[in-house]
Design a protein. Structure first.
Length: 298
């Protein structure tokens, strides 16, 4: 790749497959951008370090040659499952050093290695959350009841695990954006917000209702939690078909924060068929955040 080719790509205005950053990127951030570009429909994606782009204008500021960018790239690729093929270039543009990475879309889903990117506190909470869902599902008193009644039971079960559970707290922005919204369940650890749970009843894939609740999660979470949960109480006759449609919809949804990847097979080692979960990963202000989608057949 030559200097002229880099400038031509930057000026192409195809913002869907070009990321320009004025700084040297750490491996985790680099891995996040690689996954974002690899999971688009474009054949190629590009990351340019040392380039600042503002609308139609761009500045070549350069990166120090001392930065070990190729090594950082290898560390970033090691964080990904199904890493795409990449090409690395160090090019002088207007006498300044630009690091360029070309990402070749292999048509396979690229996502973070959950074992490398795991958080023990998150893993423990998700296990407790799934246990609560199993208990809810096995209790016939929670069939054909309201969402609030089911939420109360989930809240009580989590409280029994010694989580600080706050119910129906006013937080963030409502759907209209004009006032604070009511979070279904907020979990705190050491007096600090840890995660929030937004729940809904679904008898079929009501995309309007689902979209509203997904957007609520991001509106309520003003802090930027490491993870949040969208919990669906599902009364669809064919749960398998419902789940396939659900996964397809949320994997292509336009979230308030950029979608990096969708781990549809996140529950492949989970032994139950009537409780399912998947994880979408997002870029929120340069950090990786997760949204767990859990569906419980009732």
């Amino acid at each position: 790749m030559t200097a002229a080719e880099i400038i031509s790509i930057i000026e192409s205005h195809n913002l869907g497959n070009v990321i320009c950053r004025n700084i040297a990127l750490r491996p985790k951030i680099l891995a996040m951008y690689i996954a974002m570009l690899a999971n688009t429909s474009n054949d190629f994606g590009y990351i340019f370090m040392g380039v600042e782009k503002d609308g139609d204008a761009f500045n070549i500021n350069g990166i120090s040659k001392e930065f070990r960018s190729e090594q950082q790239l290898q560390k970033a690729l090691a964080m990904l499952v199904n890493p795409p093929n990449t090409e690395f270039y160090s090019v002088l543009v207007d006498g300044k050093n630009v690091f360029a990475i070309k990402i070749i879309n292999s048509k396979h889903d690229v996502f973070f290695d959950m074992q490398l990117d795991s958080d023990n506190n998150i893993d423990l909470f998700i296990k407790d959350m799934l246990k609560a869902c199993v208990k809810l599902q096995s209790n016939i008193h929670y069939r054909n009841v309201s969402e609030d009644t089911r939420n109360d039971h989930i809240r009580d079960l989590l409280s029994m695990k010694n989580y600080a559970v706050i119910d129906q707290t006013r937080r963030g922005y409502s759907a209209t954006g004009k006032s604070a919204g009511e979070v279904d369940i907020l979990i705190e650890v050491d007096g600090m917000p840890f995660t929030l749970i937004e729940a809904l009843n679904l008898s079929s894939l009501d995309t309007n209702n689902l979209s509203k609740h997904i957007d609520k999660i991001f509106g309520y979470d003003m802090t930027g939690h490491k993870f949040n949960i969208c919990l669906s109480y599902v009364e669809a006759k064919n749960f398998g078909v419902f789940w396939e449609k659900y996964c397809k919809y949320v994997a292509s949804y336009r979230y308030p924060h950029s979608l990096i990847d969708a781990r549809i097979e996140a529950d492949k080692d989970f032994p139950y068929s009537e409780i399912r979960f998947m994880v979408t990963t997002h870029n929120r202000s340069g950090k990786v955040t997760l949204l767990y989608h859990i569906a419980v057949k009732l």
